[in-house]
Structures are given as C-alpha cells and as structure tokens.
Design a protein around this ligand. Structure first.
Ligand code: SIN
Ligand code: FE2
Length: 204
C-alpha cells in the first residue's frame, strides 16, 4: 500500500509537552474512580494485552459473556466514567469539524510487550463520525490497511503528542499497533504508551 486511505490524517506533535503532561494528569485522575481493567475477547475470554478505561458519557468495554459494547458505567466499580477533558473536546472540534460531540474516549495503556491486533472500529451507531486518536508516552508503529482483513498495510511511527484522524474511507479500514518502543519516553509515570481514542457512538 503506497498511500493511506482517503480520510486518514496525521498531525505530528499536535499536543506540546505541557499539554501531554496535562492529559496524563487527567488520565491519572480519571482512573482513580475508573481503574484500568483487563478487556477480554468475546466468547473465548482471552485477555487483550492492553489494559483500559474510558472518559465520557459512554465507555467501550468487552468481556467473555457480553462481548464488545458501550456502557455508561465502569464494569467493576459500576461508577460513571470520568468526564472528557476539555483539551480533548477542543481537539475534536478542531480536527473533525463534526457537528456533534464525541461521547466516548477509550484509554488504552500499552505496557511492555503490549500490541493491538488488526481490527475495524465498528461498534458505533454513528457511521459518519470520525475516530480521533491521541498518542502519549512511548512511540509505536501504527499500521493501516484496507477494508479487507489481511490486505497490504502501511506503517507510521506515532510519537507522544501525535494525533491521528480516521474519517471517510479510512474510518472502516483495518488498523493495528504492531510494536511499542517500550521505555523510550518518560511521560507515563509507570512506563509505556497511552492511546486515547475518541468516538461518537449514538446516531446524530
Ligand atoms: C486502536 O485502534 O484502538 C488503537 C490505536 C492506537 O493505539 O494508536
Ligand atoms: Fe481502533
């Protein structure tokens, strides 16, 4: 694959060091009431290699019994998710221009050896809304494919502060995180990479 699919955009270092620190502080505050949990694959119950939490009215969760879904409360504590930080709401307006607000922001924490397999983000009812992703901490290799699993992919190294937007055709293309350069950044206090992924869920 020579080019990224139409609708894909990369904003290197969208957030400066101070803003990155502010986002990490918001994550640390948020996970006090909505601790990182282990997402599990539907049916098999196999744990994913990231641990996760969410900001926003709705959070993405998954477990063996009920599979992928959005839920207004944390699967363990039953608490509502922490509010989405203003920096993220402003980012959404700036890079998407989408007329309705995002409802969910996944917080994925990649620790030593964590990866994410190829998938399409397909649990949202609003199919027109872009997905916006923010990288914090260790760099990673993000791979973008096409609408069919197993086709050619194009890699991109994402650094702390980078933002990626998947809109248009790219919104329903396979993508993955094939490698994290663990230990290269000191931003995340306990190490690793944090990815924040914002989505509109309900139809608008
Ligand atoms: C995802 O696609 O859910 C995560 C992407 C990333 O971690 O950069
Ligand atoms: Fe994704």
């Amino acid at each position: 694959m020579n080019n990224f699919p139409p609708g894909f955009a990369h904003y290197p270092l969208y957030f400066d060091a101070a803003q990155q620190a502010e986002l990490i502080a918001a994550v640390r505050e948020g996970v006090k009431g909505a601790p990182f949990f282990v997402p599990r694959m539907p049916r098999t119950g196999t744990p994913m290699s990231v641990v996760m939490s969410n900001f926003g009215e709705l959070g993405w969760v998954t477990d063996k019994e009920r599979g992928y879904r959005y839920d207004p409360t944390h699967p363990v504590s039953g608490n509502p998710w922490p509010a989405m930080p203003k920096l993220l709401m402003d980012l959404w307006d700036d890079v998407t221009g989408y007329p309705v607000q995002p409802e969910a922001c996944l917080i994925n924490w990649y620790r030593d050896g964590s990866k994410m397999g190829a998938h399409i983000d397909n649990d949202e009812q609003d199919a027109k809304a872009p997905v916006v992703s923010i990288s914090l901490g260790d760099p990673a290799i993000f791979r973008m494919g096409g609408p069919k699993r197993g086709g050619p992919t194009k890699g991109l190294k994402l650094f702390s502060g980078d933002v990626v937007v998947m809109a248009g055709e790219s919104r329903f293309c396979y993508h993955s995180v094939s490698k994290v350069f663990y230990g290269e950044s000191a931003l995340v206090p306990k190490g690793g990479r944090i990815n924040l992924t914002m989505r509109r869920v309900r139809p608008s």
